[in-house]
Write a protein that binds this ligand. Structure first.
Ligand code: BGC
Length: 669
């Protein structure tokens, strides 16, 4: 619902109107036509209590008096600084106002932040303000029409859409200068908010906040790629050169996901533990100026009698990078005549659960995105966690996500009551003590099926290598054996034709049955053994384990590890197998008695093996399979194709969403 009321009057007697968009949940956003100021953002905390998360005032005068702080304002034409207050476009030099020492800041005094915009569109959940800026307004070339559409939807997404069209080439890089505090600005200090900035690079600046060069890798206090308590950032002030240059955080970050194609990507997040409110800032602009309110005046009287001060709140100003008009290393803020430039920034508010990922590195070393998880929770991601650090790290978390970091019964007993959920970043569940979880009533989920294709593919990579011996022949050719040969063809080791050989598949879940399909495509005969009898395709036969061991030329394992299946392939099992049989294990290491398998390979009883998993991972140097004959070993990579890992993260996020929505999905408890 959109409502409006008179907010105040300018000294010239013009009416300033306040537009309020209230959504179905009762959350609301107030926008003034004066300066496009966002006066309030009231969103529910974890108990549903509405909390105002921005700084603002009850009257117009404090906005005017503190105009150089740009409270809540729409800022432009060019947000942040232009060094020396000059730039040139197409060889023509332009001078703009020096309103920040020798430099130009936020479009100059008296720009959009101090002008009344005209309402050009209204709807139930939006209001659009438009400003006409004549040619050479504030020294900028070209007549510019600029509008900002403020939309607040029922899911508490506040979307700001900036549209600009000019009749000459000109600069266009506006922003909004709201000061946020997720614990409510009345608390006075932003230090108790946690921040996360999705950026690997930032723009280093001098003491006047002017870029000193190009981008640099985030480090020290400015490395906020993981959730960081702001007071911990400020603590580094005495030693961190970047914080000193900016008098705190006052830096532009290069948004990691920026594509330049208009995609709206996550730039930063802010979280208040007292309210449970998280704000996510997403944009299609390349940069975000994060400014930790270093110059908010102490004792400033705000809305409803609140008193603000230095660092009461923090700004997230999405924009082109500071001084980009003069720096070719940065994306250009120049728009073409007649072009309709559209920039979008979304501030989303929710109260997500906190999830700690204990060992995220193997799933995502940085080549893919955790975004699906960030959408549903406040994910704190660790690359790896040693057993002694687990309890410390999961303290206060609603959910734990693990791949191979082991949750023993002892650890589970010590988990705090808040933790209701464990999500596996895997199909197999042997990293957790399911009984101990059940006893505490903690839910457990896994991700079945995400790597079915990949495990089947690796199974056949092993089978093909062991039967066709591509790498072995390639080695021989590269060693010069072909060039020095008398014949057009030669082999270094016998080649086995797959068609007609018998493949024994132990375990017939999704992976086992996919392996069976591929085997049939190769015209192999297939024998299957699993816990319960299954309907099999033509050419495959269900048999006892012993018959499978006796009759198969190649045996592949696709079953979970449990007490019963540990050492499934031991010396006894091997003795039943055909001489020269091949063994494949892409399931779990302890399914094999490694010493027995190594002995059989070394004696020639087994013709070859392909294993992607070992007893201990990473293995010790003395692992008997490492030195066994004809044994191909890969470092647990069957699941590691990028497509599979992307599916995995999506599935983990879906499991978590289902759990917190009270639905059961992939539950093992
Ligand atoms: C700038 C700060 C400035 C503040 C208020 C921010 O965008 O980076 O240096 O003090 O705006 O004007």
């Amino acid at each position: 619902m959109l409502s409006k009321k008179i907010f105040d009057y300018t000294k010239e007697g013009r009416t300033v109107t306040c537009y309020r968009i209230t959504n179905k949940t009762g959350a609301s956003v107030e926008v003034l036509d004066y300066g496009g100021i966002i006066r309030s953002v009231l969103v529910p905390d974890r108990e549903g209590k509405m909390t105002d998360v921005v700084i603002g005032f009850d009257r117009l005068s404090p906005y005017i008096k503190n105009r150089d702080a740009y409270y809540g304002a729409f800022v432009g034409r060019f947000a942040n600084r232009i060094a020396g207050a000059r730039f040139s476009i197409d060889g023509v030099d332009y001078e703009v106002e020096k309103n920040n020492g020798e430099n130009h800041l936020h479009g100059g005094n008296g720009s959009f932040s101090e002008r009344i915009g005209k309402v050009t569109d209204e709807s139930d959940n939006s209001v659009t303000l438009t400003w006409e800026s004549p040619d050479m307004d504030q020294g900028y070339p070209g007549a510019l029409t600029v509008s900002v559409r403020y939309e607040f939807d029922d899911k508490n997404n506040l979307t700001l859409k900036y549209t600009g069209t000019a009749d000459k080439r000109t600069l266009f890089s506006p922003t909004n200068h709201s000061y946020f505090n997720m614990n409510g600005p009345s608390r006075g200090f932003i230090g108790d908010n946690e921040i996360k900035i999705h950026a690997n690079k930032f723009v280093p600046v001098d003491g006047d906040c002017i870029p000193t060069g190009s981008f640099a890798t985030v480090k020290g206090a400015l490395d906020m790629r993981r959730w960081t308590l702001l007071s911990d950032v400020f603590k580094k002030e005495d030693s961190d050169v970047n914080l000193q240059a900016g008098s705190g955080i006052d830096h532009s970050f290069a948004i990691k996901g920026y594509t330049g194609d208009g995609d709206i990507v996550r730039a930063a997040e802010l979280y208040g533990a007292n309210t449970g409110i998280r704000m996510s800032v997403c944009t299609n602009l390349p940069g975000i100026q994060v400014y930790s309110g270093n110059f908010i005046k102490d004792g400033l009287k705000g809305k409803l009698g609140q008193i603000y001060g230095r660092r009461s709140a923090i700004c997230f100003e999405t924009q082109y990078h500071p001084d980009s008009p003069n720096r070719s290393a940065f994306q250009s803020p120049v728009i073409e005549p007649g072009e309709k430039a559209v920039y979008t920034t979304v501030y989303s508010f929710d109260t997500p659960p906190k999830a700690v990922v204990l060992d995220g590195y193997t799933t995502n070393s940085g080549d893919i995105s955790w975004e699906p998880l960030y959408k549903v929770c406040r994910a704190v991601i660790y690359d790896r966690t040693t057993p002694k650090d687990i309890l410390k790290r999961v303290k206060g978390a609603d959910a734990i996500i693990t791949n191979k970091a082991v949750l023993t019964a002892d650890i589970i007993k010590e988990l705090d009551e808040k933790c209701r959920y464990v999500g596996l970043l895997s199909t197999g569940a042997n990293a957790v003590d399911i009984e101990a979880l059940r006893e505490k009533g903690i839910a457990l989920t896994n991700v079945p099926g995400y790597s079915t294709e990949d495990v089947a593919q690796l199974t056949f990579a092993f089978i093909l290598e062991l039967c066709q011996k591509v790498a072995l022949h390639d080695d021989a050719v590269k060693r010069g054996e072909w060039t020095g040969s008398d014949d057009f063809s030669f082999t270094v080791s016998p080649i086995t034709e797959l068609a007609g050989t018998t493949l024994g598949i132990i375990g017939y879940g999704a992976i086992g049955s996919r392996v069976c399909e591929i085997a049939r495509a190769f015209h192999m005969k297939v024998l299957v053994h699993s816990r319960s009898e299954k309907i099999l395709p033509e050419g495959a036969r269900f048999v006892t384990k012993n018959e499978l061991l006796k009759k198969s030329d190649i045996i592949t394992l696709h079953l979970p590890l449990s007490e019963e299946t540990q050492h499934l392939i031991d010396a006894d099992a091997i003795s039943m197998m055909k001489d020269g049989a091949i063994l494949i294990n892409t399931a779990r290491g302890p399914l094999l008695d490694e010493q027995a398998v190594a002995d059989a390979l070394n004696s020639g009883k087994l013709g070859g093996a392909g294993v992607d998993v070992l007893d201990k991972e990473p293995p010790s140097a003395g692992d008997p399979l490492l030195s066994a004959k004809n044994c191909l070993i890969t470092p647990h990579i069957a699941w590691a194709a990028q497509a599979a890992r992307i599916r995995l993260i999506e599935a983990v996020a879906k499991n978590l969403t289902a759990f917190f929505a009270g639905r059961k999905l992939n539950r093992l408890d």
